[in-house]
Write a protein that binds this ligand. Sequence first.
Ligand SMILES: [Zn+2]
Length: 284
Amino acid sequence: MSTDNGNTQLADSAIPERAMTKTGASIEPKPPKCVLCINAHPDDQEFTVGGTLAKWARGGTEIITVVITSGDAGSNERTEMTMTKTRLAELREVEQRNASALLGVRETIFLHYGDGTLQPTIDLRRDLTRLIRKYKPDAVVCGDPTVRFYGNSYMNHPDHRAAGDAACDAVFPSAGTRFIFPELLAEGYEPHEVHRVFLHGSEKNDAWVDISETLEIKCRALKQHVTQLGDWDPLERMKEWAADEGKEKGLPAAEAFRVMILKEETAQAEEERKKQEEYAEAEL
Ligand SMILES: [Zn+2]
């Protein structure tokens, strides 16, 4: 039986080949060897991808965290009137380093851009390109810059959109193209091609990471952000989010991503996928 059902009017769910392919596509993505995780603020990483990073780190993935601002705008609710921006930035950097350590992150880098007024400038893109060329990650994790509104109660923070935009633009085309930012060549940073981009906070998820085993570590990491969380225990809320993200795939706790595959990793990975498809056809 051919997998080409171009002439049929049946829904995908009625076509076994398509259903099987979809099952295959939902298999958890292979952990990267090295990840650059880029976010706007201290705590963004823990809220969004903490469970995935903790899981990957325990499996041997090398993780570098990049925090573009130091969160020195904080939140009115949690920031005391006597606090200064400089002091808050210092505190939040310590909190982020503690959180990263719990997740298993190897290095945490702060770029010290201003919190609350971040723009996807060429300077920011160059700074991120430099880091991609320096650490040569096979995957970059960042927020989906295209999401403006979540539901009807949260407008995505402009810093999150700017960070995602600059990160994606640094991955492609800047990091891999020799003559974009020739000044980086002069600094000794040769082009590097990132294979995959894991976008969190997307509305078009196509990959799910089961975080049942690392949800608790994610919460412990999150609690390091004392200036933001106070004594609030995020466990119940994080369980709800993880259950919600995993629901579509029948996972009790997950973090979901849209994954851009810019370059196939290895011939072996392709081989595995083919086997999966052959198996699906043989089952019919
Ligand atoms: Zn944020």
